[in-house]
Design a protein around this ligand. Structure first.
Ligand code: 5AD
Ligand code: SF4
Length: 376
């Protein structure tokens, strides 16, 4: 079905593969992607415990439940102690890495706050915890300070690579070009850089998604976190269309497209890290397991204290709202075992693509930073 030269799949090939309807062919696509994954990254799943430490956001993305103008939720921010407590829990649980995520907040006070937290996490874990940030668009200087403090991976989704669709989904103060610039800056600084898109957005076509896949390949992205678009009733994009119940047809369509995207990406860019995102589970109880079987190799268990979870709903039906971090640990490891895979405890699980891409340059970059730090 798929030619031998998999990396050469064109946008047209990808567009038609995304529209496959024959169950047997779809299964065969998943199988090929799974084989690629096992060959490249093994049957290992890496964990990143995600701490969603604040739902304050300066932005107003039309699809997002914590957008600035949504006043149907309580805004919160975890203090330093609470964040460190969660980080300690991640470390003691053997997760290997954590992700610090919040809405987009800019300014010196925030930059400094995060800088301090990164250093604290490095200290309490004796440098053992890998730190990924997911804190939106920031100034180059801010990205650099956080990198120097010890964060080494950054997630910034491009959301869609179609500039017109991007403009429709974001208010005017959001610039597509600015998002691209930020991704480039992150790569230049030396972060392992992750991006991703939402899948099944209103107005998005299979050709748009095919272009997204080619973008990930072309831009030499190390990590991908892409997930289905899931409506949130208190957002302009969904209001009046869904209520808080997600239509079955949308669930089916966006799950199917998301799994195909995961598979095609694994085939196209075999050594990239791909997350089985939480949003998949909002559409199907086994959404994340399905993604692991279609080529994904990363899971991001939610570690946010339970009392804040209800207020960090970016989309409707977000799973694990009533669970504590301890519950999630048991649940998620059972999910991995149920599909015959192994959890890579206490490993960072860095992107192989990053090291292949940069070769010795990645080690040099860390060396330069360490030398600068040592010099004072
Ligand atoms: N459905 C799915 N994903 C969403 N995000 C925000 N809102 C939604 C939604 N309604 C995703 C965006 C953002 C990430 C933090 O959450 O892709 O980058
Ligand atoms: Fe804020 Fe991110 Fe949500 Fe946009 S997607 S409103 S930047 S949290």
């Amino acid at each position: 079905m798929i030619s031998n030269n998999l990396k050469d799949l064109t946008e047209e090939d990808l567009t038609s593969l995304l529209q496959l309807e024959d169950e047997k062919k779809i299964e065969s696509l998943y199988r090929q992607a799974y084989e690629k994954k096992v060959e490249q990254v093994g049957k290992k799943v890496y964990f990143r415990g995600i701490i969603e430490f604040s739902n304050h956001c300066q932005k107003n993305c039309l699809y997002c439940g914590i957008r600035r103008d949504n006043n149907e939720l309580t805004r919160f921010e975890m203090d330093r102690e609470e964040i460190i407590k969660s980080a300690r829990w991640v470390h003691n649980s053997g997760y290997g890495s954590l992700v610090l995520q919040s809405g987009e907040i800019q300014g010196e006070e925030f930059t400094e706050y995060i800088e301090g937290i990164i250093r604290d996490i490095k200290e309490i874990s004796k440098g053992e915890l890998g730190i990924t940030l997911s804190l939106g668009e920031q100034k180059k200087e801010t990205y650099r300070r956080w990198f120097e403090a010890g964060a080494h991976r950054y997630l910034l989704r491009i959301e869609t690579t179609n500039p017109d669709l991007y403009a429709e989904l974001h208010p005017e103060d959001h610039q597509f070009q600015e998002r691209l610039n930020c991704l480039k800056t992150l790569q230049d600084i030396g972060y392992q850089t992750g991006t991703g898109v939402m899948i099944g957005l209103p107005g998005q076509t299979p050709a748009d998604l095919a272009a997204d896949l080619k973008f990930f390949q072309r831009q030499k992205i190390d990590m991908i976190g892409m997930g289905p678009y899931v409506p949130h009733s208190s957002t302009p994009l969904a209001s009046g269309t869904t209520g808080d119940k997600i239509p079955a047809k949308l669930k089916e369509k966006n799950l199917d497209l998301s799994l195909k995207m995961v598979s095609l990406l694994r085939i196209l860019v075999p050594d990239v890290n791909i997350a089985a995102t939480t949003a998949l589970q909002a559409l199907h109880p086994l959404g994340r397991e399905k993604a692991l079987q279609a080529g994904a190799n990363i899971l991001m268990p939610v570690v946010t204290p339970q009392k804040y979870r209800e207020d960090y709903k970016l989309y409707e039906n977000k799973p694990c709202i009533d669970e504590k971090a301890e519950d999630c640990r048991g649940c998620i490891s059972n999910r991995v075992k149920s599909i015959g895979e192994e959890i890579a405890y206490d490993e960072w699980g860095d992107s192989r693509r990053y090291f292949r891409r940069l070769g010795n340059r990645s080690a040099e970059l860390r060396g330069e930073i360490d030398a600068e730090n040592a010099a004072g």
